[in-house]
Design a protein around this ligand. Structure first.
Ligand code: ADP
Length: 598
């Protein structure tokens, strides 16, 4: 039953997140003996490959050396990121009856593991890859090369899907272009939390907050470099945006849990079910599918098309080796995210952020929208302000949600056993602090009470991976933790004694003045995790006005061009506060969708 449910889940996720998918799974039990006839082998065969997170097992159905079904029996690949690329591999294998398929963008470990599993099933059938019967390529050549709609949205992350749904709700005929084979962008790999002053959760918990306080925190958090008009729009519309996500999109939020990211004066980030952007992205995609908004996947917008007056009238895009043209009667919304994954572009605007830095971003985050907008005269702002996230895997660069123990009381040490920065300080301050330490690594230390407070159950998979990769260690004493990674225990003990004394007496951290702490670090088991900063968010981008219209350097709106989300600049100033990216993309995604549909 469990296996059945797991399989159903895989199938459901494929259908909820993939762009264009067709039924392509089979349900037969594997046969043990291949049925060999003159025309080839028939039967169902099992095979296994190695994905990113473990074994991928498939059932392959053959009819006379033609693959007629591939069913995934077991997969542990990343939820949201892997299903659509894997489905695309299956679609292509079925369409071509070959393992030589066109490149599928994203999730390469998962797609290679799947191909390996298919090849191993062929092996079980005694069929060589070269024995597969060639079938005529059916689809490729029939893709139309020209489309005409009211609105084109470029990018299927949080901002793009929000804009597309809003424009469609307003009556526009909308199409979405996404260069990857999966939707979600960085929103998918984010924690999905958003700041909302005056939310129903704050009400449940009796937290006093106001639009003014949120505005002030956001402006201050960005060193007062943000555009106050845009921040006012952000703050005033945050609650309506969150209610839209909850009521229209059906995103589930924990009714009684709020996060307080650094720089916020009260806890105000509402927390989605599962603690990840998957909840929001899967619901946005389901809504968009229900509204029959077409998603052109693996379709990379390259150039904005303009008429003789400079009005944006469409987009040119590439899909494989084809060039597609999308004409948009009303206009184009750029929602292509930031440029964190483009080291060359980072260095162009700020030489500090070269390839020494990993990134938390997915690989599609290469700044394409910024380049396209600039080419039609858009102004850019704050391009040099690049944010690093302090608590990421030193090996992969991936943002660590396990390390969110920082918000519930974990302390950050260096190799010398000292605390060196306030753990709830701003991201840039902590990041620079860590980089200045021995080996450019920080060691996060916490105890059982902090684990229990931090919703660790949501992040079990990441926890197991960190242990497996040797980045996280659990022990019965702090001394063992220190010995494991070679920290100076004598110093560490003195620092911890002082801290624990503070917690038990005044409840105030007398050394680093950290707020909101509850626990002395004293209850076994204890944990230590290695963390390092990665490039996480690019604050700069396209200049927009309060209607999400793209502006020139002279402050003129470029007709037919709108932008929302991380591709824009001016909302976060020098530094984006935690939880503000999702508020931003929700508020401005909705505005862009409403405005472009007018
Ligand atoms: P935001 O948070 O602003 O919504 P995301 O990073 O979540 O940004 O999403 C941006 C999306 O845009 C990603 O899915 C990314 O793959 C997609 N994208 C980026 N460049 C292009 C492009 N040139 N054409 C189509 N899609 C793009």
């Amino acid at each position: 039953m469990k296996r059945f449910l797991a399989m159903m889940l895989v199938v459901l996720m494929v259908f909820s997140l993939a762009g264009c998918t067709g039924a392509s799974t089979a349900t037969e039990e594997p046969t043990t003996e291949p049925v060999v006839e003159a025309a080839g082998v028939s039967g169902t065969f099992e095979g296994t490959g190695e994905g990113k997170d473990g074994a991928i097992r498939v059932n392959l159905t053959l009819e006379n050396n033609v693959i007629t079904g591939v069913e995934i029996l077991e997969s542990h690949e990343t939820e949201g990121l892997s299903e659509a690329p894997m489905q695309e591999v299956i679609d292509q294998v079925l369409a071509k009856n070959s393992l030589s398929i066109d490149e599928v963008s994203g999730a390469s470990y998962s797609t290679n593991g799947l191909l390996e599993a298919i090849e191993s099933a062929l092996g079980a059938a005694g069929v060589a890859v070269t024995d597969l019967v060639a079938v005529a390529s059916a689809e490729g050549d029939q893709t139309p090369l020209e489309y005409r709609v009211d609105v084109i949205v470029v990018g299927a992350g949080g901002a793009g899907m929000t804009a597309a749904i809003t424009a469609k709700e307003a009556g526009a005929d909308v199409a979405v272009l996404e260069k990857m084979s999966f939707v979600g962008g960085n929103t998918l790999v984010s924690g999905g939390e958003l700041n909302v002053p005056g939310s129903w959760v704050q009400e449940n918990k009796g937290v006093e907050d106001s639009i003014e306080q949120y505005t002030a925190d956001t402006l201050k958090g960005g060193d007062n470099q943000a555009n106050p008009e845009l921040v006012a729009v952000l703050a005033e519309n945050a609650l309506a945006g969150a209610e839209w996500l909850r009521d229209e999109i059906k995103v589930n939020y924990q009714p009684d849990y709020l996060m307080q990211f650094g720089g916020h004066s009260v806890p105000r980030a509402i927390f989605p079910e599962g603690g990840s952007g998957y909840e929001m992205i899967s619901k946005l995609k389901a809504k968009a599918d229900g509204m029959e908004i077409p998603f052109h996947m693996n379709t990379r917008a390259t150039t904005l098309l303009t008429d003789e007056n400079g009005r944006v009238i469409g987009v040119e895009a590439t899909k494989g080796d084809q060039t597609l043209t999308f004409f948009a009667e009303n206009g184009v919304v750029l929602a292509t995210g930031g440029f964190g994954s483009n080291a060359e572009m980072r260095v162009k605007y700020n030489s500090e952020y070269d390839e020494r830095y990993n990134t938390t971003d997915q690989e599609g985050t290469t700044g394409d929208g910024i380049v396209m907008a600039e080419a039609v005269g858009a102004d850019l702002v704050d391009m040099e302000f690049i944010q690093t996230y302090p608590a990421c895997s030193p090996t992969t660069g991936i943002l660590s949600y396990v390390a969110d123990t920082r918000f519930d009381g974990a302390l950050l040490f260096n190799k010398e056993g000292e605390r060196f920065v306030g753990e709830l300080d701003r991201r840039d301050v902590i990041s620079k602090g860590i980089l200045a330490q021995t080996d450019s690594i920080g060691y996060l230390v916490w105890d059982n009470q902090v684990t229990e407070a931090s919703h660790m159950e949501n992040f079990q998979k990441e926890y197991d991976e960190l242990v497996k990769n040797g980045e996280l260690f659990k022990a019965d004493s702090v001394k063992e933790l220190a010995a494991h990674f070679g920290l100076n225990f004598a110093v560490m003990q003195t620092v911890l004694d002082q801290y624990n004394e503070d917690m038990k007496t005044t409840g105030e951290d007398s050394v680093w003045n950290r707020r909101g702490l509850k626990f002395a670090i004293e209850e076994a088991p204890f944990y230590i995790q290695k963390v390092a900063p990665s490039v996480h968010h690019t604050m700069g981008g396209i200049v927009i006005n309060t209607q999400a219209q793209v502006l020139t350097a002279e402050g003129q709106a470029i007709e037919g061009l709108y932008a929302a989300g991380e591709v824009t600049g001016g909302i976060h100033g020098k530094n984006r506060l935690g939880g503000n990216a999702i508020t931003d993309l929700t508020v401005f995604g909705r505005i862009a969708g409403e405005e472009v549909a007018k």
